[in-house]
Design a protein around this ligand. Structure first.
Ligand code: UTP
Ligand code: MN
Length: 524
């Protein structure tokens, strides 16, 4: 019998959601009679989660987890498995149909349309399907540690080393099976020697020394910590380390730190801003934004983009893309929308950027870099105050008005260039730090609002949906294979010397001669 099915190795957690209370009690009692170890809360050590939920997404939501990786090594099974065990009086083999899967994964292995989209020799990541949940999380997590390390070490000047690890990780994510032997990678491009060595170490030893050393390296730990502050990249993080700072508090306590409003607010609200934004919060905020934007501009389209559109249950921020089919009517929307959101107490701090698009942008030579994401849309990049109640339930958007003591406008929120002085917020003139220490029913969240003219919208939608690596790969592929330049603003065909419009996301893929992949299949 497989190790996972030995009675003394099993620690069961029965999810109460969707099960009638009496039935839950009966099943628990029957399980205990048959000597199954059952715990009443989901905790470390649980080996089997049994549920009536029909997707992993729901399970994550009820368990308050952010990522499928957090369930690594835990069997998530349907009630039919447990009832079969109870009938047999012992743990039975798990049937594939009893595993709770990610909704988005359904059909991945059986769908003949997608069979050609898995990792194959000479494919591009943008040609393959890459789901959030895949078969090789242990290997990809290790490779992404190396990617992060390279990124922090090399800064923005050279992304090539980091990119090599990301490419390898991406190939592993699209494999239809768990890798057990390095030779299974034969013939696949994008697995460099360094990545191959790390993969081999893990397959043979169960771990990679190099990765373990990085994870324990004080420099890496500090760089990761400091660069987790909003507005802090590897250059600033490095400076802080050179000053001998070890903890976030060292930066928070320093008087003479920075004039950058992002870093000031980022430090003051570091705890809030590094706790993951939940999908429910983003959904609730979407309703508020849609309600206000529609009052100003009926027919406005407001879409959640970024990781949430790709099916993630949590993210580091919430990104919203706005447009209107009547091109030009979106002009002036953003400042008015911000004013309304401010009146309702949602704004904490932020910066608006004007639209800087010119048709020349479409065909300008472009450098592919990590920073190659920057675009020319009008946008607001900032921090909002979301009621804590947004986390756990659907909230009627019109009922929410944030309790903002005092009625002063919040400085900095609408400014194009907030100055250091203005980093004080309007509430009784409190500084970001003082405000973060007040008793509050809200959480600070990073939010991006992006305004796209309709003629650029579908390219913008693809660009802002990401992932970042998907975009990067898409651009390189377009350039090298098709002699086209694709950005969030459009596509320029250098062979025909003209730009090509798109009227749907599918059309963007068609023009690029790519199989259409849903957002949740673009998680590379
Ligand atoms: P994010 O950095 O928010 O990434 O950018 P994400 O995938 O949503 O990750 P989490 O979940 O928040 O941690 C969202 C998308 O917008 C694109 C990025 O490439 C990414 O795909 N983007 C970002 C642009 O197109 N232009 C920008 O200026 C910034
Ligand atoms: Mn995001």
């Amino acid at each position: 019998m497989a190790e996972v099915n030995k009675l003394d190795k099993i620690v069961l957690y029965l999810m109460p959601e969707r099960i009638q209370k009496q039935r839950l009690r009966d099943i628990k009692a029957a399980s205990r009679r048959r000597k199954f170890k059952i715990v009443d809360t989901f905790c470390a050590g649980v080996t089997h989660v049994v549920t009536e939920c029909d997707s992993l997404e729901q399970v994550l939501k009820f368990l308050l987890l952010d990522d499928v990786d957090q369930l690594h090594g835990v069997q998530v099974l349907s009630m039919t498995w447990l009832t079969a065990c109870l009938k047999n009086g012992r743990p039975v083999e798990i049937e594939e149909s009893q595993r709770i899967r990610q909704k988005q994964l359904e059909g991945l292995e059986t769908d003949t349309d997608t069979a050609g989209s898995i990792a194959a020799p000479n494919t591009w990541a943008c040609q393959r399907i890459t789901c959030l949940q895949h078969h090789n999380p242990k290997l990809t997590t290790a490779l992404e540690v190396l990617e992060k390390h390279a990124q922090l070490r090399d800064g923005n000047s050279d992304y090539s080393r980091a990119l090599a690890f990301r490419k390898a990780s991406c190939v592993l994510k699209s494999l239809p099976h768990t890798l057990t032997d390095i030779h299974q990678l034969r013939g696949l491009k994008d697995i460099g020697n360094h990545s191959a060595q790390v993969i081999e170490d893990i397959l043979e030893e169960g771990f990679s020394n190099e990765v373990e050393e990085i994870l324990n390296d004080p420099w890496f730990i500090k760089m990761k910590l400091f660069s987790s502050v909003f507005g802090v990249g590897s250059a600033i993080a490095l400076k802080w380390i050179e000053r001998g700072w070890e903890k976030i508090e060292d930066a928070q306590n320093s008087n003479d730190i920075t004039s950058d409003w992002r870093v000031q607010w980022g430090l003051a609200f570091h705890d809030d801003l590094t706790s993951p934004v939940l999908r429910q919060e983003a959904d609730n905020l979407l309703e508020v934004i849609r309600e206000e934007a529609t009052k100003l501009l009926p027919g406005v389209i407001v879409e959640i983009v970024g990781g949430f559109r790709r099916g993630k249950m949590s993210g580091h921020d919430a990104d919203f893309l706005l447009t209107h089919p009547d091109e030009g009517s979106e002009i002036g929307l953003l400042p008015q929308l911000l004013q309304r959101l401010q009146k309702r107490g949602f704004l904490l701090a932020g910066q608006a950027e004007k639209n800087s698009f010119t048709p020349g942008v479409l065909k300008k030579d472009f450098k592919l870099s990590m920073k190659g994401q920057l675009d020319h849309f009008e946008k607001w990049i900032g921090i909002m105050k979301l009621p804590k109640s947004f986390k756990d339930k659907h909230t009627d958007p019109s009922s929410i008005i944030m309790p903002t003591p005092g009625s002063d406008p919040i400085d900095g929120s609408l400014d194009y260039q907030p100055s250091r002085k203005k980093a004080k917020c309007g509430i009784s003139g409190l500084s970001p730090w003082e405000l973060s220490r007040t008793e509050r029913a809200w959480c600070a969240r990073r939010v991006d609002l992006i305004i796209s003219p309709f003629s650029q919208y579908y390219y913008g939608l693809v660009g802002w949906t990401g992932s970042k690596h998907f975009n990067r790969d898409l651009r390189t592929y377009s350039q090298k294979v098709l002699n086209m330049k694709v950005t969030s603003h459009g596509l320029f065909d250098f062979t025909k010397n003209q730009s090509i419009p798109a009227h749907s996301e599918k059309e963007v893929f068609d023009i690029l001669k790519l199989p259409y992949h849903e957002p949740w299949q673009r998680n590379c």
